[in-house]
Design a protein around this ligand. Sequence first.
Ligand code: NAD
Length: 356
Amino acid sequence: MKIAVLPGDGIGPEIVAEAVKVLQALGPLFDLESAPVGGAAYDLTGHPLPPATLELAKNADAILFGAVGDWKYDALARELRPEQAILGLRKHLKLFANFRPAICYPELTAASSLKAEIVGGLDILIIRELNGDIYFGQPRGIRTSELPLFKGTREGFDTMHYSEPEVERIARVAFEAARKRNKKVCSVDKANVLETSQLWRDVMIRIAKEYPDIELSHMYVDNAAMQLVKAPKAFDVVVTGNLFGDILSDEAAMLTGSIGMLPSASLDKNNKGLYEPSHGSAPDIAGKGIANPLATILSAAMMLRYSLGMPEQADRVERAVQKVLSQGLRTADIYTEGTQKVTTVQMGDAVVAALI
Ligand code: NAD
């Protein structure tokens, strides 16, 4: 099994090193090859996604990705910014389905900003469409306005766009995922205002007929943002477009105590995937050895399950993470009184030691 390892920027190399350590501890199962991506790649080659990195990602069975971005690249042209690497990988590899589980481990309820009874035992899955929506719709740009009220001033514009086939395929992914869980899908849109959302909703209703065992509900995105903090356990699978999913999945992340705990997977139609923590490159704590590597380690577990066909190994890694949490080990982001604060490397070592 060939895994492309793309550590990226900020805390990326620190947390990916721990996930690699865990994968290697499972045995000589993987051929791991690293390549630069994001700001690190820009510094080396002048581009955030150099051809050699893209080639490696294309030829691998799965991709383990850290994070990209740093404020020092903010002045670069948009197409050269580190974040373009992740958008480019999603596009070139046709990764259209983003899985972001939000699980609140019983040991971490105290780290959540919400009351324990609201988040304790939370286990929801947000599925975000990744290839369409306002992030890719054309036309887009900044131009001089022709509107009478604003004539002569600069205006920015983007196009929200979804075609039926794009919604159909993400709908099927969501219904299939719900089949393996609690058989409920909540589709989030803004159909009261947006034409794109009306089409989204129509297609969801049509595809739902192929899945009579799954309960489909609909919610406007503003209400979904409220319900996620009011009664998050009422959800099972949430499916939504690229823009709404971007925001809601971060909101869901915070329910669990720390974004440092949340893995993610972005899959193509054959279940080849890119696996990365849900958080960014956290430049504010990079190099300090305090980043939480568990989201990346859990992303590696998702990789074993979804792309590499190794569910027992995925279970082993997830059980090991659960064990270190019950041993009371915590990185700074999830630390509460009475637990033991550890560094990034110590946390990785503890997970390796807990593998059985
Ligand atoms: P961020 O997710 O990097 O950080 C937000 C906050 O969470 C920070 O306080 C950070 O210290 C903390 N945090 C994040 N991951 C953590 C971890 N593993 N352990 C402990 N604390 C953690 O978001 P941001 O600060 O808005 O963005 C920083 C950079 O990351 C930007 O350049 C942004 O564009 C980029 N970014 C990249 C990705 C990606 O690579 N997929 C995603 C989001 C943001």
